[in-house]
Ligand binder design. Structure first.
Ligand code: GLA
Length: 376
């Protein structure tokens, strides 16, 4: 399956881990619609690890745990589809999944067939317990091939955490997204760490195969499976802004049955989503800026139609000044052009009259602009 912009949806792992069941999925599906998330583009509802029994059946097929999914997965898919959503499921390239359930190694074709029969639209494919002698490139190409031959359009979401130089071989597998980082946890250090891991990988992101920086922790506030000390709303806002700006898939990880207004506001920022879904899916470029240190990131991304997105991200706990000379985005004084800025969280518009942009940022805060090229 070919996906032209970063996939968006919800995934069970961050909050629920192994505590998943049919009712949770039905309620989440309801909320994805009633909270307006589907309307904003969040269309995949993904059931992560821990959904099956520990053993395959006598025909070698995977079996949904009847205590968690008493009506089977076809019923779950039917419900999810009836809401206008798509269903995602999870397996692994190894003998076992990361949580110890059966993996798809040497069962790739039968599993792809099973997922197709159930009506699955998305498969997240992990990398735990894989053979030490068969390289990842074979394992992912094998499942990619199985999915392309299963008779159903199933989006392939590779999850090998960037290991074994995944970026060098993953596109060959027909994956539409690939985990370019390790696992996220609900702490600011984790967010920062993943952002830094991403830096050298921007050139590999683009239409058809997106760098997946892992599921969002927005709104978790320390609760759930990967919830540790939690983050502040300002930190969640910056985390979301970076994921959107970098062109990562946007997979919500909090309990959307109980979102605060602030969480909802962050997850549904239309202008940020528009930048994420820009049809060019162009590479974000790190700008040098003036006095920008390691924890003050300045990024630009050229959008289809000629606008430029600018992202100033303060990862530090200190107030910081973002200072940018427009030479860096291709607009030296000699062009007779400048930028008219609109900040996408506050809506504030600032015409830039000279060749510099300056913006004070509070600790952990960010400013993201959509900028128009105008005459000086
Ligand atoms: C790995 C993945 C996570 C999640 C768990 C499930 O750690 O990276 O995203 O799927 O496995 O066990």
């Amino acid at each position: 399956m070919m996906k032209l912009t970063p996939p968006m949806g919800w995934n069970s792992w961050n909050t629920f881990g192994s505590e998943i069941n049919e009712q949770l999925i039905f309620d989440t599906a309801d909320k994805m619609v009633s909270e307006g998330l589907l309307e904003k583009g969040y269309e995949y509802l993904v059931i992560d690890d821990c959904w099956s029994l520990r053993e395959r059946d006598e025909n070698e097929k995977l079996v949904p745990d009847p205590a968690k999914f008493p009506h089977g997965m076809k019923a779950v898919a039917d419900y999810v589809h009836s809401k206008g959503l798509k269903l995602g499921m999870y397996s692994c390239a190894g003998n076992m999944t990361c949580a110890g359930y059966p993996g798809s190694f040497e069962h790739e074709f039968i599993d792809a067939q099973t997922f197709a029969e159930w009506g699955v639209d998305f498969l997240k494919y992990d990398y735990c317990y894989h053979s030490p002698i068969i390289a990842g490139t074979y394992l992912y190409r094998r499942m990619g091939l199985a999915l392309e031959n299963c008779g159903r359009d199933i989006l392939f979401s590779a999850c090998s955490w960037g290991a074994d130089e995944t970026h060098e071989w993953i596109k060959a597998s027909a994956a539409s997204m690939w985990r370019s980082t390790g696992d996220i946890f609900d702490t600011w250090d984790s967010v920062k760490n993943l952002v830094k891991q991403q830096e050298r990988l921007h050139p590999y992101n683009g239409v058809g195969c997106f760098n997946d920086m892992d599921m969002l922790i927005v709104g978790m506030h320390g609760k759930g499976n990967v919830g540790l000390q939690g983050c502040t709303d300002v930190q969640y806002k910056t985390h979301f802004s970076i994921w959107a700006f970098m062109g990562s898939p946007l997979m919500i990880g909090c309990d959307i049955r109980n979102m605060t207004e602030e969480t909802k506001k962050i997850l549904t920022n239309e202008e940020l989503i528009r930048i994420n879904q820009d049809p060019g899916c162009r590479q974000p470029v790190r700008l040098a800026g003036t006095w920008a240190g390691e924890d003050l990131l300045l990024y630009a991304k050229n959008l289809v139609g000629g606008d430029i997105a600018l992202g100033f991200f303060n990862l530090s706990g200190e107030k910081a000044m973002a200072r940018l000379n427009l030479d860096e985005v291709g607009l030296p004084f000699s062009t007779g052009k400048t930028l008219k800025l609109k900040e996408l969280w506050t809506g504030e518009e600032t015409p830039v009259r000279n060749a510099n942009i300056m913006k004070w940022l509070e600790p952990y805060d960010c400013a993201v602009y959509r900028a128009k090229v105008v005459d000086l």
